[in-house]
Design a protein around this ligand. Structure first.
Ligand SMILES: Nc1ncnc2c1ncn2[C@@H]1O[C@H](COP(=O)(O)OP(=O)(O)OP(=O)(O)O)[C@@H](O)[C@H]1O
Length: 291
């Protein structure tokens, strides 16, 4: 019998891939799957509508055509329902897809047909769902600048990156775990469930997305030489060798943001905050992945 998948597609995400062409590719590659397609509206009612469709139909899985924002909205809607999620990367950065070894539509189909079913931890950060990577400081400032730019996509990120380099600075943070406090100074402090940003930069070679823990990674390069070494190491996958990079694993933590650094969760800029609390959501979700 054919499997039945709900295909939730965001019509505006990313750099304008033709949605009909993508649907044709899906139908051609996944012969033994019947699709019900549903377009997101961007309205608050989207998660409720997705839950209702899943409650009233026996779907074998949900495919999400969009970027990390769309994936997050769908995961929020369906967590606890036990349906696996397949990512069709139609976003700008596609951070989560990159982390799972999915770099295009054919990888996505391959993951759904022959990939692994990966159990992924979910985290609550001050009431916000975090699946991928959140951070304070340099990158969060970059995300804020990029979202202030006109237009979407990698060009906005590149423009923001140049603007952000002019203003690079250190921030102080206090990490609080069960009565223990540790002060850290960093240009960027990452809360990492996953391993890689959408650019492919491997920020967290230390962690495993399914191990019930997340990593805190503090990066504090001084001067242009160390910034260049860091940039190279992120792509050579050896940042653990740099002495200005520190990392710890936790399953719960509070972070005081002592100098008011910018903060982003899974690519979304958060309002200014002095303190965040990270706790585990006890409903992991399964994604189709290649790695
Ligand atoms: N029909 C729609 N019209 C307008 N906006 C929409 C619609 N559907 C969803 N959205 C908006 O799309 C955004 C999510 O986009 P998403 O994050 O998936 O893509 P992206 O930003 O291009 O990629 P990435 O997150 O990978 O950088 C949300 O802000 C959501 O409100």
């Amino acid at each position: 019998m054919k499997k039945k998948f709900l295909y939730v597609v965001n019509p505006i995400s990313g750099d304008g891939d033709d949605r009909e062409e993508v649907s044709d590719l899906l139908c051609n590659s996944l012969h033994d799957v019947e699709f019900q397609t549903w377009e997101t509206t961007g309205k608050e009612s989207d998660p409720e509508q997705i839950r209702e469709m899943l409650n009233s139909n026996a779907f074998d899985g949900v495919l999400v055509g969009g970027g990390d924002g769309t994936i997050k909205m769908v995961v929020q809607a369906i967590k606890g329902m036990g349906v696996p999620v397949g990512i069709i990367p139609l976003g700008s950065a596609n951070g989560l897809a990159t982390d799972f070894g999915i770099h295009g539509i054919s990888d996505a189909c391959h993951a759904i047909k022959n990939g692994i079913e990966k159990r992924v931890d979910l985290w609550d950060i001050n009431g916000e769902l975090c699946i991928h990577l959140s951070d304070f400081g340099f990158n969060a400032g970059l995300v804020r600048k990029s979202s202030d730019q006109e237009g979407r996509g990698m060009l906005s990120y590149a423009k923001g990156y140049l603007a952000q380099l002019q203003e690079i600075q250190s921030y102080r943070f206090r990490l609080l775990e069960q009565g223990d406090a540790r002060e850290v100074t960093a240009k960027m402090l990452v809360i990492a469930n996953a391993a890689k940003y959408g650019t492919g930069a491997r920020i967290n070679p230390f962690g495993d997305i399914s191990d019930g823990q997340f990593e805190i990674i503090a990066l504090n390069p001084e001067g242009i030489d160390q910034i260049i070494s860091l940039s190279i190491s992120l792509f050579k996958d050896n940042i653990e060798e740099l002495d200005f990079v520190k990392s710890w694993s936790f399953n719960e933590l509070e972070i005081e943001n002592l100098d008011g650094a910018d903060f982003q969760v899974d690519g979304e800029v958060m309002p200014q905050t002095d303190k965040v609390k990270i706790t585990k959501i006890n409903e992991p979700i399964v994604f189709y992945a290649l790695e």
